[in-house]
Every structure is written in structure tokens, then in C-alpha cells.
Design a binder for this molecule. Structure first.
Ligand code: PHE
Length: 338
């Protein structure tokens, strides 16, 4: 019987089939159980030896059943793992990755150029008071030059800054000369939009104040920036212009050959020597705040330029509105190396 039972155990290929074999031999009314029950009918002298024999068979069967059960369970688990496994050969999902906006990258480049010249990069607030956006910059309320900057006025009398120049004043209130700063940021103009006008765009403001700062320093600085942006052969040109907060004031252009072989002067921004009225206004504000008057008699220059213009000219982008329409077909063209 033992041989036969072991044979059946080994040929059971499923846990169910094994259970059937188990019941047949060692179940409540199984063959082994019956054999043990019939021991009582034997003469006492045979009972002991027969009992030991049956128990030995039973332990052999128990061990074989246990081993077969383990084997079948493991096989079932292996089969399940195999059927549910991840197919690592399938192509993965390509997640879209973001990137810096072209204008952020141009501002980063500009900041790098100025940091290498020893400038400190600072940022300012977009909601301004007209005291900083206009008055202290030598543009009193009655001055017609206020019309140069079409302004978004807020209901509380404040405004969205029309240029980054108010940070000249804010910085001088808190710091003393000599100083060299650039201020990147957003500015706002209440204007009809078209291919070259947006109601929000960016500027990079520069301010240098010290002793004996001259127009030559300004020109050298702008030329250095142009070489950093457009390469060693870039040339710059200055033309007289008017800004209430500079004297003299100028606009500057860069001569640049684009990848399509066209070269032209491109006007990048305004600049000039800081007007003494600006230094005086700063000293007045400092005095009102209980600080020393330290700016009258100083010299300095300032400049302001638009990174959107640089991007449009450098990459042949025909319409400023493309930058902020969030059309990925446009934005995705400016990834990786520029
Ligand atoms: N703030 C001027 C503008 O927005 C640019 C400028 C800055 C000009 C500094 C001169 C000096 O047009």
C-alpha cells in the first residue's frame, strides 16, 4: 500500500488532486485510518508490531504529502508571478519635460555677463508708487514725459511699474556708493498690443554710481555686454535721446549679422548719465527717513534694455506676442543650446 500511495502522491499535478489522495489514505475514513481502527481485532501479540508498521507508513505518507504540497504551491506561485510580471522590454512612457522660457534664458545670460563684471543682481516689486516710478526719477506729475510711459493705475493710487528704473531709487535709499547693480524683471504698459508691443514685457536695468564715473565707462560696459550676447565682433552705436532721469541720455544699438546673413543696427535700449535731480531726490528721501545725504555730487550711469527685443532679433521671431501666448509649438523650439 505504501508504494502505491507514494506513487499517487507523486503523480498528483494539482493541489486539488493531492487533496483527493490525502483523503483517500489519511483522511477520517481513509485506508490508513481504517487499518489503525482494525488493530483491535488482532490478537494482542501481533497488535504492537502491526501498529508500529502502520504508523511508520503513515509518517512516510505525511512527509511525502507535505513535500508534494510545498512543491505544487511553489509551482503555482511561480506560474502566477510569471503571468503577472512586468514586461521590461515594452517601450516606457515618455513624460513631457519642461524647460526655461526663452526670455528667462536671455535674462540668465545677461545676469551672467554682468556678474562677471562685478555687478550684483537684485529684483524689485511690480506694484510701485508713483513716487519711485516717476517723481524721484525727475518725472513730476505735471511733466509731459509721463506720457512716454502709458501706465496701468491701480484703484489705490499705486501702479504697475512701467520700467525697472524705480529700483535705482529704492536701491540708493538703502545702500551707499560705490555700487553696481542690474535689475531684471517684468514691466507693464497700458498700450494696444501688436507685433512689437505687449502690455507686459521685461527689462534689465543697470545702475553704476561712484566717483568720476563717465560716459566712457557706460559705453565700455554696453560694448562688453554686446560682445557677451552677440560675439566678439559685435559693434555698438549711441544716439542722443531723452530720458528725464539722465543727462545726457542716449539710445544704443548693436550691429549684428543674423544667421540668415542679414546685418543691421538693432536698437536695444536706453541709457545715460544719472541726472543730478535723481541724486537730489534720493537724498531728500534718505533725509526724510533719517539717513545721511550721500548722493549729491556723485556720478553714475544707468541703462535699461528689453530681452524680448534681443530674442526677436537673434532668433528671427516676428511677433512679440508669441512669447506669452503659451503656444508650445513656439516655446519648444528654444531648448538645449541656443
Ligand atoms: N527706463 C527707460 C525706459 O523704460 C530705459 C532707461 C533706463 C533709460 C535707464 C535710461 C536709463 O524706457
Amino acid at each position: 500500500m505504501q508504494q502505491e500511495a507514494l506513487q499517487e502522491i507523486h503523480s498528483a499535478t494539482t493541489l486539488d488532486a493531492l487533496q483527493t489522495v490525502k483523503t483517500k489514505y489519511v483522511g477520517k475514513s481513509g485506508l490508513i485510518t481504517k487499518e489503525l481502527g482494525s488493530l483491535g481485532k488482532l490478537p494482542p501479540e501481533e497488535r504492537r508490531a502491526r501498529g508500529a508498521e502502520i504508523n511508520a507508513v503513515r509518517s512516510a505518507l505525511d512527509a511525502a504529502l507535505k513535500e508534494r504540497e510545498d512543491t505544487l504551491k511553489r509551482a503555482a506561485l511561480d506560474a502566477r508571478l510569471a503571468s503577472e510580471a512586468i514586461d521590461v522590454t515594452l517601450p516606457g512612457l515618455q513624460l513631457p519635460s519642461g524647460g526655461l522660457h526663452l526670455i528667462s534664458r536671455i535674462l540668465n545670460d545677461l545676469e551672467g555677463i554682468y556678474e562677471r563684471m562685478g555687478y550684483t543682481v537684485i529684483e524689485g516689486q511690480e506694484v510701485e508708487d508713483d513716487a519711485y516710478n516717476f517723481d524721484a526719477l525727475n518725472i513730476p506729475w505735471y511733466h509731459p514725459a509721463r506720457d512716454l510711459w502709458d501706465t496701468f493705475w491701480l484703484e489705490d493710487g499705486r501702479l504697475l511699474r512701467t520700467h525697472t528704473s524705480p529700483m535705482q531709487v529704492r536701491y540708493m535709499l538703502e545702500h551707499s556708493a560705490p555700487l553696481k547693480i542690474v535689475v531684471p524683471g517684468k514691466v507693464y504698459r497700458y498700450e494696444a498690443t501688436d507685433a512689437t508691443h505687449e502690455s507686459m514685457f521685461h527689462q534689465l536695468e543697470g545702475l553704476v554710481v561712484g566717483d568720476n564715473i563717465s560716459m566712457a565707462d557706460l559705453k565700455g560696459t554696453i560694448a562688453e555686454m554686446a560682445r557677451g550676447l552677440f560675439g566678439a565682433s559685435a559693434k555698438v552705436r549711441f544716439q542722443p535721446s531723452y530720458y528725464p532721469f539722465t543727462e545726457p541720455g542716449a539710445d544704443f544699438s548693436v550691429w549684428w549679422e543674423n544667421p540668415r546673413g542679414e546685418s543691421k543696427w538693432l536698437e536695444l535700449g536706453g541709457c545715460g548719465m544719472v541726472h543730478q535731480n535723481v541724486f537730489k531726490a534720493v537724498d531728500d528721501l534718505r533725509e526724510a527717513a533719517g539717513k545721511e545725504r550721500i548722493y549729491e555730487g556723485k556720478t553714475g550711469f544707468a541703462f535699461g534694455l528689453g530681452p524680448e527685443r534681443i530674442a526677436m532679433l537673434k532668433y528671427g521671431i516676428p511677433d512679440i506676442r508669441y512669447f506669452y501666448a503659451n503656444d508650445l509649438r513656439v516655446l519648444e523650439q528654444f531648448r538645449g543650446e541656443l
